[in-house]
Structures are given as C-alpha cells and as structure tokens.
Design a binder for this molecule. Structure first.
Ligand SMILES: Nc1ncnc2c1ncn2[C@@H]1O[C@H](COP(=O)(O)OP(=O)(O)OP(=O)(O)O)[C@@H](O)[C@H]1O
Length: 361
C-alpha cells in the first residue's frame, strides 16, 4: 500500500472495500452484469479522450502494417475500464483474447504454459501485472521482446534450458501501480496509458448508456445525481444505478429522476459527494472530536470504532483524493472543504464549531 497515493484502494483490508456500495473493486454481482455493460469498441468507450486517441492510432497503424499491435500497459485505479479496453484492443485487432492475472502466475512454468498456447496475434491480458512472481516476470521480458522463452527442465546442475519460439502476441498489462513495475518490464511496453478518474459529465453518459442496456428509464437530472456520487468510477456508477433502479421499481413507477436517485442513495447512505457511512464517520470524528486535527491515525480509528487499517486503507484514500482530509507528519487534518461538506464551522471562525456541537455548548 502506498500511503501517499490517494488512488490506491487496491490493497484495502480484506473484504472491507469489496462489501461497500462505493468500493471500486468488483463484487460478485458486478462480475455477473459487467459483461453486458462493457463497450465493445473504441467508439463506444466513453471518456479517456487522450488514451482513446492514442490507442486508436497504435491499433490502426498495426492493422495497416498487418502486424501484431505493440504491447500495451494500462495503469489506473480499479473499475476505470482497463479490462474493457483490453477486450476492445482484441476486438479492434480482430484477435482472440486470453485473460489472466499476476497473482494467478506464481511460477514461471504457469506463464510458459499460457504463452506457448497463444495463437498468432492473440491478446494476452495480464491484470495486476505488478503482482506476478519474480521468475515469471523475468521470463516475460524475453517473451515480450523476442517472442521466445527458455523453459528450464530439471533441477540443479543437470538443469537445461530449452528455447521455445512463441507466436507474435500483444501483451496488455494492467496495474493500479505503474510505479511498482520494475523498469525493465515497463520499458518493454510500446504504449503506456494512464487512466484518469472520470468527470461527472462522462459518468452521466456511462449511466445513460447502461440504463438503456438494462432497459431502465432515467432522465438527465437522475443520471447527474448518480454520477456525482460515483467517485469518478464507471463500475461504481453502474452499481449505484442498479440500486437506484431497485428503489424506483419498489417505491415509484420505475422511472429515475433526481428525487428518486437522491432518495435511493440516501437509503444506502451514499451522500452527495459519494461518501458512505464509514467515510462520514471518519470525517465527523475528525471534526467533532478533534476540532479538525491534527490527530494520529490510531486515535482516529479508536474514535470511529474501526481497525486502523480500515480507516487508512478503505476510508482515507477517497477522502484525500476529494481534498477533504490531509495526511501530515503531525497527523490527520481536515481541510476547509471537510467542514463545509458536513455543514460545520471550524473552531474560531463562528459561533458553532464541531467541538461546541458535540458538547452542546
Ligand atoms: N469508458 C467506459 N465507458 C463505459 N463503460 C465503462 C467504461 N469504463 C468502464 N466501464 C464499465 O465499468 C465496468 C468496470 O470496468 P472494467 O472491468 O473494465 O474496469 P477495470 O479497470 O478493469 O477494473 P479492475 O482493475 O477492477 O479489473 C465495466 O462493466 C464497464 O461496463
């Protein structure tokens, strides 16, 4: 976990991030419906304009040369569309795709088995590439550069390396942490793209598109309301849309407008900026109990009745990214935006501070 990286929500306390409605990591229900919602080509892929434009050039040029596309590295937080883009790359190249992940490749032999069964031009999508084992990573260097691997047969002094030719393929590596990749691996990608969080207007388009695929009626304001609470992440936008759809079906006529979206997400405790119960508890403790800080992480965790790791890894990254909380050498500090988001006045700036509120003075 990189404490200073507010986008690093990937190594959060086990289960904690996944169970949240606003967690960016896919849960079982997401996996079941995401296939139906994935854009199928670059034209359908919303936002990430620069990445799309550059990738379009890379793929067109490869097609014009009749060659396999260069290896592609996609970095960015979970749920921003890395898997989707890798499938689009394969579709645009008219190639099959094989999907695996770093943690699934623990031995070089696992990788050799996959590589040796690839077809010519196939796209190999390697999610969480930064979590691959060292020996597999070293085998990948040669495979990417020379389309060849040395398979070691036997052990000790009798071990022999048998060279194995591979068909040309395109590796699409995905990582939440490009900085963690060793430079020799990073350098072997011909094209590297960093995926940014989405603007609310882009998420609004994602929501309209998904609503139409799910046969849900939603108006512009309803989509805007959900988009504003989706933490810049299409996966979260799609998940919130499904919960709001349930609410609209049960409590109204099935049509989603701003009022219905706001009421539904109120039930699920996702506030107007996308903070959930845990995020708000952390902020409230920081403001009301500690006057906005600085306060140590352990003290803050005790105050909200959570594990230190949960506060640090599950709640804080988004609060930092939103500019609501700062991690300083002296401890956690609330920003002016945190006070205004919770409708409180910082101490010394008015009649009602968080501290005064708490003690009713
Ligand atoms: N640009 C986009 N336009 C429309 N929908 C998108 C876009 N990006 C992502 N999505 C939707 O969000 C969902 C999650 O995307 P995807 O699985 O590609 O994310 P990811 O970055 O690979 O996540 P992870 O790192 O957790 O594997 C998909 O179902 C897809 O429908």
């Amino acid at each position: 976990m990189n404490w200073d990286d507010p986008t690093d929500e990937t190594t959060a306390a086990p289960g904690a991030a996944d169970e949240r409605l606003v967690g960016a990591v896919a849960d079982g229900e997401d996996q079941a419906v995401e296939a139906a919602l994935r854009p199928k080509d670059l034209g359908e892929f919303i936002g990430q304009e620069k990445v799309r434009e550059q990738l379009d050039l890379v793929l067109r040029a490869a097609r014009a040369r009749g060659a396999t596309a260069d290896h592609v590295l996609l970095s960015g937080a979970p749920g921003l569309g890395k898997t989707t883009l890798s499938m689009i790359i394969a579709a645009e190249m008219g190639a099959p795709i094989r999907i695996t992940s770093g943690p699934a490749i623990q031995h070089a032999g696992d990788l050799a088995a996959i590589l040796s069964s690839l077809q010519e031009g196939e796209v190999l999508f390697l999610d969480e590439i930064h979590r691959m084992s060292r020996p597999a990573e070293e085998m990948l260097y040669m495979a990417m550069e020379d389309f060849r691997v040395d398979v070691i047969v036997g052990k000790g002094p009798g071990a022999t390396a048998i060279p194995l030719e591979l068909p040309p393929f395109t590796l699409v590596g995905a990582t939440t942490r490009a900085g963690l990749l060793p430079p020799p691996l990073r350098d072997r990608f011909g094209f590297t793209a960093h995926m940014e969080f989405y603007e609310p207007a882009e998420l609004q388009r994602v929501i309209h598109r998904s609503a139409s695929l799910l046969d849900v009626e939603i108006d512009t304001d309803g989509a805007a309301e959900i988009a504003g609470r989706s933490r810049g992440t299409p996966r979260i936008a799609n998940r919130l849309l499904r919960r709001v759809r349930d609410y609209a079906q049960v409590k109204a006529d099935g049509v989603i407008d701003r009022e219905i979206a706001g009421a539904a997400l109120g039930v699920y405790e996702v506030d107007s900026r996308g903070l959930d119960r845990l995020d708000r508890a952390v902020l409230e403790a920081l403001l009301k109990l500690f006057g906005g800080g600085p306060v140590g992480l352990s003290t803050l965790a005790v105050a909200v009745g959570e594990e230190r790791e949960t506060v640090e890894e599950v709640a804080e990254p988004f609060l930092v990214r939103e500019g609501l909380l700062a991690r300083t050498p002296r401890g956690r500090v609330a920003t002016p935006a945190a006070w205004s988001h919770l409708g409180l006045t910082p101490p010394g700036q008015g009649t009602r501070s968080g501290q005064q509120d708490l003690f009713g003075t």
